[in-house]
Design a protein around this ligand. Structure first.
Ligand SMILES: N[C@@H](CCC(=O)N[C@@H](CS)C(=O)NCC(=O)O)C(=O)O
Length: 308
């Protein structure tokens, strides 16, 4: 069996996490979408749709579509169960997968692929070249916002997305949340993007109707051994957030927004530390006004351009 993957893309990421949750060891091949490796004849022979993920079976059959691949792996390796134990749970997992994919992922794709110049002439994935429609970028953002509100409401009433335990639907949600950082965090200027990130985090951490602080930061400190899986999930989420910050800063260096001497990794770690610290401060009762005061200070690091 061989898994055709691409590290930055959300669809194969769902499969990668699924494989990890099952504890399987499947050799992976990186298909570099940025270099259009999905359009190479060898890859098109495996998937004429020119997308990843693909799972190539030993008999040569190539399975595409993340849901189909995960379903297949679930049948072969039923433990731990991730797709539902009975008819109702299975239906709920599929229901929440569809809701999230149609309302969230497609909105995010619409925003990213119609709004970012890297996708000019590639507004839809696959073998056909489609031009961007800028109005769709705005609509996509709106759709994604509505999806995230729905997800937030859902996670307010249930610890997990589809059931009372961790399932594939949680993997899907987790991947789309991570993808949103990339799809929506595409503010033209790095300073504006960071300011928005901090403002939104502080607004969320200090909402009067919610427990203060960020679940991802504060719950992690309290995870028992039994909840090691959730702990892992949260750790991975924070790591992903840090990676997204570092990647955004590196891009700002490449785009010439920040000086070449900028140590994007150190700066990204520093902002991630602040982001997590803000949650703890909020939980300890520090007011929104005071937390907001930290933003200009944090952004002043951008002009001081720390040296490596
Ligand atoms: N429904 C498919 C979607 C696959 C898909 O769109 N993959 C994207 C990466 S997330 C891709 O390969 N795009 C190729 C391209 O942009 O040309 C699935 O869930 O696997």
């Amino acid at each position: 069996m061989r898994f055709y993957d691409y590290g930055l893309a959300p669809s194969p990421r769902k499969v990668r996490l699924f494989i990890a949750e099952k504890g399987l060891d499947i050799p992976a091949v990186e298909v570099d979408l940025r270099r259009r490796a999905q359009q190479a004849p060898e890859f098109l022979a495996k998937n004429p749709g020119a997308t990843v993920p693909v799972l190539e079976l030993d008999d040569g059959t190539c399975l595409t579509e993340s849901l189909a691949i995960c379903h297949y792996l679930e049948q072969l390796h039923p433990d731990p169960n991730l797709m539902g134990r009975d008819a109702k749970e299975q239906a709920l997992v599929l229901m929440w997968t569809d809701i999230q994919t149609f309302e969230g992922y497609l909105g995010l794709q619409e925003a990213l692929r119609n709004g970012h110049e890297a996708f000019k002439g590639r507004a839809l994935g696959g073998p056909v070249s489609y031009e961007q429609i800028p109005a769709l970028a705005e609509r996509g953002k709106r759709r994604a916002e509505i999806y995230f509100n729905k997800l937030e409401t859902r996670l307010g009433e249930s610890e997990f997305i589809a059931s009372d335990r961790y399932t594939y639907a949680d993997i899907v949600g987790y991947v789309y949340i991570g993808f949103a950082a990339r799809a929506l965090g595409e503010e033209k200027r790095v300073r504006a993007a960071l300011e928005r990130l901090f403002r939104e985090a502080i607004a969320l951490y200090t909402r009067p109707d919610n427990p203060r602080g960020c679940m991802v930061v504060s719950a992690a400190a309290n995870c028992s051994r039994d909840n090691a899986e959730i702990g892992l999930w949260l750790t991975e989420h924070r790591r992903q957030q840090t990676n997204a910050l570092v990647a955004r800063l590196k891009r700002a260096v490449v785009d010439g927004e920040l000086g070449q001497e900028t140590n994007a990794e150190a700066l990204g770690d520093c902002y991630a530390t602040l982001l997590h610290g803000l949650s703890i401060q909020a939980r300890d009762g520090v007011s929104r006004r005071r937390l907001l005061q930290t933003i200009p200070l944090a952004l002043s690091l951008l002009t001081s351009r720390p040296k490596s």
